[in-house]
Design a protein around this ligand. Structure first.
Ligand SMILES: NC(=O)c1ccc[n+]([C@@H]2O[C@H](COP(=O)([O-])OP(=O)(O)OC[C@H]3O[C@@H](n4cnc5c(N)ncnc54)[C@H](OP(=O)(O)O)[C@@H]3O)[C@@H](O)[C@H]2O)c1
Length: 325
């Protein structure tokens, strides 16, 4: 089968399509014939050597796919050949075939394009687990989603809105902010022109928000703490502005606030399966009725993986970039 292999941390020819032996599904696994694979910022970091895969999993790129079940391993009875699925992979999604734990597979709802479904698993599982399970977001509460224009952000905004939360989000530029409003954000702040903290406090009558979903890390740490209301939760999932910061512990105490960090990829299989189960029960009905939909900026052939990485790194994409084998 054809798969993308990393030959250099940089483009333009660092990602090359090669013929490699096809994977074989083991017990509890499903072989998916990939129709599309989502590109995630984590892939860019892994390629650059800054986000190594956990021990024991493939070092090939690709954390989410959509496609058709091609075969199942021993003990798998929930899936059969021909099922239209999308899945959170443990890696290796940039390929014609990928093996996935059966419990990380979701059926593509009717009405959702099979290719576009590749934009969902990583973003939905990340948004659900961090907004709701970790962040405790519920109807009537408020959230600041940094980067509502990104692959994770477009889903986090829609999901939080569907849950009945007040959704404040940021994006780079007026046009991108406007698109976040179309996704259901109550307030979209252009972080290039506006002071995010001032706007958050303005829009919450000085109270601040219950949850911040943060992708920036150190560079936004102080601002994020100041944006929290009493008892608020800062959930850090990305470090785009650095990993080492200084915390004003006085602020943390006064607000009885929490700072929590997570990564989806490092979670053990049981935890990933539990997240996928919750997504199937709670978020999938929202996908089926259109409250949460995939937002795809571009579909590129597998052989243009380098261009896909460049597009994501350029900051021009709104939503996901997909690779199509
Ligand atoms: N911990 C986890 O489990 C987990 C899982 C998935 C993703 N992540 C992390 O989540 C982040 C987003 O991933 P992704 O795949 O969605 O990437 P992406 O599609 O490239 O999105 C990146 C986002 O960053 C925004 N951004 C850039 N500079 C910004 C700034 N100064 N202020 C606010 N936003 C800014 C971009 O918005 P504009 O261009 O509009 O400014 C864009 O929305 C990454 O850091 C990734 O590592 C973590």
């Amino acid at each position: 089968m054809r798969a993308v292999v990393v030959t250099s941390p940089q483009g333009p020819d660092g990602l090359v399509v090669e013929d490699v032996p096809p994977p074989v599904p083991g017990p509890g696994e499903v072989l998916v014939r990939v129709r599309a694979a989502g590109i995630n910022r984590a892939d860019l970091m892994q390629r650059a050597g800054r986000y190594p895969p956990p021990a024991g999993v493939t070092d090939r790129l690709g954390l989410e796919v959509s496609g058709v079940v091609a075969a199942v391993g021993a003990g798998v009875d929930a899936w059969t050949e021909g099922d239209r699925v999308c899945a959170l992979t443990d890696g290796g999604g940039y390929a014609e075939l990928v093996v996935v734990p059966a419990r990380q597979v979701l059926r593509v709802p009717a009405g959702v394009d099979l290719l576009d479904a590749a934009a969902l698993p990583e973003a939905v599982c990340t948004a659900w687990s961090n907004l709701v399970t970790v962040g405790g977001l519920a109807a009537g509460s408020s959230v600041l989603v940094h980067g509502g224009s990104g692959g994770v952000g477009v889903v986090a905004v829609q999901l939080a809105a569907a849950l009945g939360a007040q959704v404040l989000t940021t994006a780079g530029g007026a046009a991108r902010a406007e698109r976040c409003l179309e996704l259901g954000a109550t307030v979209a702040i252009d972080h290039r022109r506006e002071d995010v903290l001032t706007r958050v406090l303005e829009m919450t009558d000085g109270r601040g928000v219950d949850v911040v979903l943060d992708i920036l890390g150190a560079g936004a740490l102080d601002m994020n703490l100041r944006a929290l209301t009493t008892g608020g939760r800062l959930v850090v999932i990305g470090l785009q502005q650095g990993r080492r910061g200084e915390i004003d512990l006085g602020l943390l105490l006064a607000r009885r606030a929490s700072v929590i960090g997570t990564t989806l990829r490092a979670r053990p299989p049981e935890e990933k399966a539990a997240i996928v189960d919750a997504v199937r029960d709670v978020v999938w009905p929202m996908v089926a009725d259109g409250r949460v939909r995939p937002v795809v900026h571009a579909r590129l052939p597998l052989a243009e993986a380098d261009a896909g990485h460049e597009l994501l790194a350029s900051g021009e994409a709104f939503g996901k970039v997909l690779l199509v084998p």
